[in-house]
Design a protein around this ligand. Structure first.
Ligand SMILES: CC(C)CC(=O)SCCNC(=O)CCNC(=O)[C@H](O)C(C)(C)COP(=O)(O)OP(=O)(O)OC[C@H]1O[C@@H](n2cnc3c(N)ncnc32)[C@H](O)[C@@H]1OP(=O)(O)O
Ligand SMILES: Nc1ncnc2c1ncn2[C@@H]1O[C@H](COP(=O)(O)OP(=O)(O)OP(=O)(O)O)[C@@H](O)[C@H]1O
Ligand SMILES: O=C(O)CCC(=O)C(=O)O
Ligand SMILES: [Fe+2]
Ligand SMILES: [Mg+2]
Length: 335
């Protein structure tokens, strides 16, 4: 099996070569090596799910978009559950309902129109079905390996911008929020719950940036304010080519936690919805972030935990993830 995949990979490299497609240097060397040795692909496993072309694309770009992966029926169920939560028909332990900063202090906006995102829905069986969908896990395994934890869950309901540009999500790397490694065994699945495009603020990604280091993140200096914990990269290369990921309902993008991404303003009157889960290999380990660029977010998370649970609690940044993580395939070996 493995050999067959390697053979196919060789064919791809040769094809790229012949077609005159510019192959980045890292792949030129992989290509040369492939004639004699197994190709060293560091970001993906061979599970016979990704084609050689798809594996190469993820290795090179740090993301891969799979069209029509989640059914209309499933998305409509997630949307229904979202509405029940916003109406406070159900109360889910641990779930955070976040309002946009530009309306956070207003008492007048009610229901789902006041909600920018739901975070940590792991205790809601209906919503958490998303994280266990077999067609999603099949892809996730290509990046994490067989022991899979759902570490972080979100339903993002990007509101029409109020004019303050607060509906933007600054450019960031998700790894900033995660005190576990290795980064290459973490992946985000992000599914469009409706058509997303530049108008309503689709994801914007900088291809290839997953090969770089974790950068320093701070609150961007935006006049109209910034949502709580929406840190952005302090200085990123704004000339780097960007790709706007326009997607249809049910399309799903899988991306690496070092990939630089954000999302633009929602310039429509609709609420742009997406559901996502960050998965990690259960074999990952927690790291100490003291003295690293992640110290600022770790302090913020720990302070929020104290506010929520009581000032006498000592929930560490690492604890906050261990508490939220749920095994979805294989064994909970470490995380
Ligand atoms: C990879 C992944 C992890 C990346 C990300 O997800 S980045 C974003 C991470 N976001 C989060 O973890 C969620 C953070 N949000 C929250 O925890 C909550 O929504 C809170 C900001 C704490 C507010 O919750 P809650 O206490 O229920 O709301 P309250 O209405 O009582 O407000 C308490 C104080 O917080 C303020 N607030 C509410 N919403 C926001 C906001 N969007 N941005 C900034 N400040 C906000 C609110 O004005 C109030 O402030 P004070 O009146 O106490 O000064
Ligand atoms: N000053 C800034 N600092 C950091 N990030 C920014 C800044 N301005 C925009 N961004 C981020 O860049 C990404 C794209 O922003 P923007 O909404 O301007 O889209 P765009 O790429 O210009 O597309 P369009 O032209 O369709 O608006 C978003 O993640 C946004 O939050
Ligand atoms: O859905 C979006 O706009 C982007 C969300 C995101 O990147 C995040 O919360 O980490
Ligand atoms: Fe993100
Ligand atoms: Mg713009």
């Amino acid at each position: 099996m493995a050999l067959r995949a390697k053979e196919r990979l060789k064919v791809v490299f040769n094809h790229l070569d012949r077609s005159g497609v510019k192959v980045h240097t890292s792949f030129t060397s992989a290509q040369n090596v492939s004639h004699h040795h197994p190709v060293a692909l560091k970001y993906t496993f061979d599970t016979d799910v990704l084609s050689p072309e798809q594996r190469l694309a993820y290795e090179e770009n740090g993301f891969i978009l799979i069209k029509n992966l989640v059914s209309e029926e499933d998305i409509d169920r997630f949307r229904n559950e979202f509405e029940r939560i916003c109406k406070r028909d159900v109360k889910i332990p641990g779930l955070v309902i976040m309002r946009d900063v530009s309306i956070a202090k207003s008492e007048f906006v009610q229901g789902e129109k006041a909600v920018t995102k739901l975070q940590d829905f792991q205790e809601d069986p209906e919503m958490f079905r998303y994280c266990s969908l077999p067609q999603i896990l099949k892809y996730v395994e290509c990046f994490t390996g067989p022991n899979i934890m759902a570490m972080h869950t979100m339903l993002i309901n990007k509101p029409p911008d109020t004019g303050k540009k607060t509906s933007r999500h600054p450019m960031h790397q998700d790894l900033h929020y995660f005190p576990f490694r290795p980064a290459d065994r973490i992946v985000c699945a992000w599914t469009a719950m409706e058509k997303v495009n530049r108008q309503n603020g689709c994801l914007v990604v900088l291809p290839g940036t997953h090969k770089g280091a974790l950068k320093e993140h701070i609150y961007p200096e935006w006049e109209g304010g910034v949502n709580k914990m929406y840190h952005g990269i302090k200085d990123y290369n704004s000339n780097h080519p960007r790709v706007h990921l326009e997607m249809e309902k049910g399309d799903t993008v899988f991306f690496h936690p070092l990939l630089i991404h954000g999302s633009g303003m929602n310039q429509t009157q609709g609420f742009r919805k997406a559901i996502s889960c960050h998965y990690a290999s259960a074999d990952c380990h927690y790291i100490d972030v003291k003295g690293s660029t992640q110290e600022n977010i770790s302090k913020e998370v720990e302070e929020l935990a104290r506010k929520r649970i009581g000032s006498d609690t000592t929930i560490s940044f690492q604890d906050s993830w261990a508490l939220r993580g749920r095994v979805v395939q294989g064994n909970r070996t470490s995380l």
